[in-house]
Design a protein around this ligand. Structure first.
Ligand SMILES: Nc1nc2c(ncn2[C@@H]2O[C@H](COP(=O)(O)OP(=O)(O)OP(=O)(O)O)[C@@H](O)[C@H]2O)c(=O)[nH]1
Ligand SMILES: [Mg+2]
Length: 193
């Protein structure tokens, strides 16, 4: 299983180059990469970058695959699945809990379903902290071709393994924390900002 870290955003709310912004000397995206590298269920981590970000991401020394679609996260997932089954996260999630990642991969394999995604009791999904089978690429392709870029809709079209978040260990929830604005860095415990 591939670990895919999406890096095709523009960081508009943050104000540019969010994923390379250093926290305690380390680029924001490196936190997500290292958490995935530590997961037993993940063999290799790749960065799914926009053509614009690809050069900078390669400089970090990690494997990079270019997202030529640029239609949002759905296109990043689609690109990642060209390499096989993938656990997909956003590059702006620095607090990913490795144990939670392995739990989701385990549930994905056990279920035999095309997607395994955490779900809040209000129905909200966490599609950028989820496992996707390579076969789901076909569904994503149909969805993208139709001009609808909502990942959620593609997921709801198929037989999915939903993981009820409120029933899982509470400490795992910090996995979903993502940095969208500069002030979000204040919530980041390791940061002095
Ligand atoms: N590969 C790929 N990744 C994307 C694309 N759009 C967004 N992402 C990534 O998806 C994740 C979640 O995106 P957002 O939180 O909306 O981040 P963003 O687009 O960088 O920030 P804003 O411009 O402020 O919305 C981030 O890791 C982005 O880099 C895309 O078109 N392709
Ligand atoms: Mg975000």
């Amino acid at each position: 299983m591939i670990g895919a870290v999406l890096a095709g955003g523009q960081g508009r709310r943050f104000g540019g180059d969010k994923l390379l912004f250093r926290i305690d000397g380390k680029p924001l995206i490196a936190y997500a990469i290292e958490s995935l590298e530590a997961a037993r269920g993940i063999d290799e981590v790749v960065i799914v970058a926009s053509p614009k970000n690809a050069g900078n991401m390669e400089k970090l020394g990690y494997e990079v695959i270019v997202d030529g679609l640029m239609v949002g996260p759905i296109g990043g997932i689609y690109t990642a699945l060209s390499l096989g089954d993938a656990f997909v996260v956003a590059g702006d999630m620095p607090l990913i809990v490795t144990e939670f990642v392995d739990y989701i991969i385990h549930e994905f394999r056990k279920s035999g379903k095309a997607v395994c995604v955490p779900r809040w009791s209000n129905g909200y999904l966490e599609p950028l902290h989820a496992t996707y089978s390579a076969g789901f690429r076909k569904i994503l392709e149909e969805q993208i071709t139709s001009g609808d870029y909502m990942i959620r809709k593609a997921i709801e079209r198929i037989n999915t393994c939903y993981l009820p978040i409120e029933e899982l260990p509470e400490r795992w929830r910090e996995s979903f924390f993502n940095v969208n604005r500069k002030e979000d860095l204040r919530k980041f415990p390791k940061s002095s900002f």
